[in-house]
Design a binder for this molecule. Structure first.
Ligand code: HEM
Length: 335
């Protein structure tokens, strides 16, 4: 298995998430940037001793076809979107995801500036979210977030592609979604009611006893014994000026089907619950899927695809193959 990017490193106090679309004709610049990324990260990180700066870089499905010839990660596809009767998870554009983590925000910001500079004229930053640690790894709903993440070898098998796709072993599939909380409605609930929404106690973060655990609580719906394990690295974000309070949901898995099963249960429901009760207080506003290649991938990128015009019978497009280009908003999956 190839050495993975820093997916399994612990959460840091600071993070930044950049979702980028590659402009038409920007493929060569994007490829140059991907090849230079490890060095850029070292340049910034080494100047801030103790910053622990990491940059996990991931590539979307349509972008993969535009950037690389040759094999593609077996399960890589666009985020399908999920349309439940009451709540929706939209699919939104994104070709590259930069997940920056550090002890302090200055290191993330410096590297983000460099990435933006290198992408100028070739890519568009469609979302920048600055995440921060909030007290004891709590989300802005006030609950500790991340407790039941797998640890040790279980985390390795949950997050990383193995022998099932040897070419991409050590890689991972990542799904991101931005959720905005309705804090007024949330704060109108008593602590006991909030605990029934999440499925854990608020102050000390114990899982509710089976007898008290509602079937539509967030942890009951996302029972990893049912759907499989994922490695989450959620961060709170917000703007007091705009009254925006959110959770940046990000989870790595060896197969995107694991997170998609969770999202199906959350939004479309299951035999046990119509939908995840957390959705009455949190709205998904973005949703995008990517593949996170192992470290060595960036040292020797695959060749670029042949220009579309040179391929006999190929349509005059960006070489996006069967998919309709990376800027379109995907359809929603429903019942
Ligand atoms: C508004 C967005 C979200 C918030 C605020 C949130 C918050 C939380 C909290 C507080 C917990 C309990 C502590 C823990 O084990 O981490 C939790 C657990 C969990 N969440 Fe979320 N979450 C969100 C979205 C999601 C989404 C979209 C998924 C999957 C698609 C997900 C999957 C999980 C899983 C697998 C667990 C652990 C369940 C268990 O095994 O006990 N979460 N989340």
């Amino acid at each position: 298995m190839g050495e993975p990017q820093s997916i399994l490193d612990p959460l840091t106090p600071a993070a930044m998430f950049l979702v980028v679309t590659i402009d038409e004709g920007g493929e060569a610049v994007a490829r140059d940037l991907l090849a230079d990324l490890p060095g850029l990260r070292r340049s910034v990180g080494f100047r801030v001793p103790g910053s622990g700066l990491t940059c996990i870089t991931s590539i979307g499905s349509a972008a993969w076809d535009r950037l690389f010839a040759g094999p593609k990660p077996a399960q890589l596809h666009e985020f399908p979107g999920f349309a439940g009767e009451k709540h929706q998870a939209p699919a939104t554009p994104g070709d590259l995801l930069f997940h920056l983590k550090a002890e302090t925000q200055d290191a993330c910001f410096e590297l983000a500036m460099k990435l933006a500079e290198r992408l100028a004229g070739a890519g568009t930053i469609v979302d920048q979210t600055v995440g921060f640690r909030y007290f004891e790894q709590r989300d802005l709903l006030g609950f500790v977030d991340g407790t039941e993440n797998p640890e040790g070898q279980l985390a390795v098998t949950a997050a990383l592609v193995g022998d099932e796709d040897p070419e991409f072993a050590g890689g991972s599939y990542v799904i991101v979604q931005k959720y905005l909380h309705d804090l007024d409605s949330w704060k109108a609930l008593s602590t006991t009611e909030q605990e029934k929404v999440i499925g854990r106690t608020k102050l000390d973060d114990y899982e509710l006893d089976e007898a008290e655990q509602p079937a539509n609580s967030h942890v009951a719906v996302n029972d990893q014994a049912v759907s499989g394990n994922i490695v989450r690295a959620n961060m709170p974000f917000g703007s007091v000026q705009d009254g925006e309070f959110g959770t940046y949901y990000i989870a790595y898995a060896d197969d995107p089907a694991v997170t998609e099963t969770m999202l199906t249960r959350m939004f479309l429901g299951s035999a046990d619950a119509a939908y995840d009760r957390i959705l009455d207080f949190s709205t998904a506003v973005t949703g995008t899927s990517f593949f996170t290649p192992p470290v060595a991938f960036f040292d020797a990128l695959p060749d670029a695809p042949a220009p579309a015009a040179a391929v006999a019978g190929a349509p005059e497009s960006d070489g996006g193959g069967a998919e309709s280009g990376s800027l379109g908003i995907g359809a929603l999956r429903n019942r």
